[in-house]
Design a protein around this ligand. Structure first.
Ligand code: GLP
Length: 236
């Protein structure tokens, strides 16, 4: 495990973008696992900058997102598809058909979960997986539970997650209560994992996840077992 302490949020974002760009430079058709939430927004801004300056070419890259809210369409400005298009995908030269998220509007969610795992397998898994972390240690939308879910699953969002994500919605009652999320297999099989944590409020859960007991009660603790984990932190 490598831990990099960033000077500030901008520094964290620049470092994360540099590592993702390096991956795409080394393997132009890299499969990049992407995350949502507020933490990676700066990373996406930096990636757009690097693209505009001509340092990185995404024309052959593929992206696979971790999760999507159940019941939100791509046109809904709270959906993760909308977020990804706005923050990154519309501003780089990636082919939209090479960008993937679970379908929050699927008629049969169980089928959709299977389809998403097959899609990831067919792409050969992620070359690099970007992750944020929830205050309760959730990664993607895998909430604390008694087992580590292996496969893409329908996650019932916990109260603290709904509360934390309510800031993006008009009212807490608008936050969807379920999401489709990749499981631990897709995350742990990524060749590299890049975990970002920004803000004093993430310090405790990062310490618990990286140095505490490996337990599904703290989903991110499974990352201790990943052979190539980089964590960039800024606890300010
Ligand atoms: C959501 C996402 C996670 C993300 C988390 C933390 O729950 N599904 O992938 O890590 O939010 O978000 P933030 O970076 O805004 O703290």
């Amino acid at each position: 495990m490598k831990i990099v302490e960033a000077k500030n949020y901008e520094d964290l974002s620049k470092k994360a973008a540099a590592l993702i760009s390096a991956q795409v430079i080394l393997k132009p058709n890299a499969v990049i696992g992407l995350a949502t939430g507020s933490t990676p927004i700066g990373t996406y801004e930096q990636l757009v900058e690097l693209y505009k300056k001509g340092y990185v070419d995404f024309s052959n890259a593929r992206t696979v997102n971790l999760d999507e809210y159940c019941g939100l369409s791509p046109e809904n400005d709270q959906s993760y598809r909308y977020f990804m298009n706005e923050k990154l995908l519309n501003h780089i030269n990636i082919k939209m058909e090479n960008t993937f998220l679970p379908d929050g509007m699927a008629k049969d969610f169980d089928k959709e979960c299977k389809r998403y795992d097959e899609l990831i397998d067919n792409l050969g898994g992620m070359d690099i997986q970007l992750l944020g972390i929830g205050h309760n240690g959730h990664i993607a939308f895998n909430e604390p539970s008694n087992t580590f879910p292996a496969y893409t699953n329908i996650s019932k969002l916990g109260e603290s997650t709904i509360e934390a994500n309510a800031r993006f919605f008009d009212s807490p009652s608008d936050v969807p209560t379920a999401a489709l999320t990749v499981g631990m297999k897709a995350i742990m099989q990524a060749k590299k994992v890049l975990l970002l944590a920004n803000g004093m409020d993430k310090k405790h859960i990062i310490e618990k996840s990286l140095y505490g007991e490996i337990t599904p009660n703290v989903p991110a603790s499974i990352l201790q077992l990943h052979p190539d984990l980089t964590v960039i932190t800024c606890f300010k």
